[in-house]
Design a protein around this ligand. Structure first.
Ligand SMILES: [Zn+2]
Length: 208
């Protein structure tokens, strides 16, 4: 007797996904149809943050913004693998000897969501992860960028007093806009003398 799996429904257009599609075999952890999936176009971009190599996978356009909101803001956990699934093998290989350090959210926000979206979306890379930076308060609105940088610096701290001299660190985040938070995290990590630091973000705004 053949076992029949229930038909999957696309998380984005809500149409049923034909069981016979090869796409189901090649993308087992993605709950969207091939047509919606094709619409989420990667746009690899290499840039530097404080002189360190950084890569973003998507342009932070309306589509990605909406998807991220659906995943993060509406707690739509089934969208978890949509961002990295198709590159997970390549990225795992590229960063195989790195330890991931997620840019933190404020803990109370994670508690409300019951998950940390950055940690969850990067889990598919199957690399060791160290949650060594914590955000101790919400960042206050600041009038100037200097005040904002100071506010960010004041609410981030690293936990423990670990020496990172044996490790290569891959700092990961969802969206890169001004880069202030990433820079503040890099400053904290630099103090622990890792062998190397690189940055990987899911999406980046165009203008910076
Ligand atoms: Zn669809």
């Amino acid at each position: 007797m053949k076992l029949k799996k229930p038909t999957k429904v696309c998380k984005l257009c809500f149409k049923e996904i034909d069981d016979n599609l090869l796409f189901n075999l090649t993308h087992p952890s993605v709950d969207v149809c091939p047509w919606c999936y094709k619409e989420i176009k990667p746009h690899f971009f290499k840039f530097k943050v404080l002189g360190y190599n950084a890569i973003s996978i998507y342009r932070y356009d309306e589509k990605i913004q909406a998807l991220l909101y659906q995943f993060k803001g509406c707690f739509d956990f089934e969208l978890l693998n949509i961002f990295f699934e198709r590159f997970s093998r390549e990225l795992s290989l590229r960063y195989r000897d790195y330890v991931l350090v997620p840019v933190p959210s404020y803990k109370e926000d994670d508690d409300i969501r019951e998950f940390n979206h950055v940690e969850e979306m990067f889990k598919i890379l199957n690399l060791p992860m160290r949650k060594m930076i914590v955000k101790t308060k919400r960042i206050k609105q600041a009038t100037s960028s200097a005040k904002r940088r100071k506010a960010i610096k004041d609410c981030l701290e690293h936990t423990g007093n670990s020496d990172l001299s044996k490790y290569k660190i891959l700092l990961v985040d969802d969206v890169h806009t001004t880069g202030s938070t990433l820079k503040a995290c890099i400053h904290l990590i630099e103090k622990l003398h890792p062998k190397k630091i690189e940055v990987l973000v899911m999406a980046k705004t165009d203008d910076i």
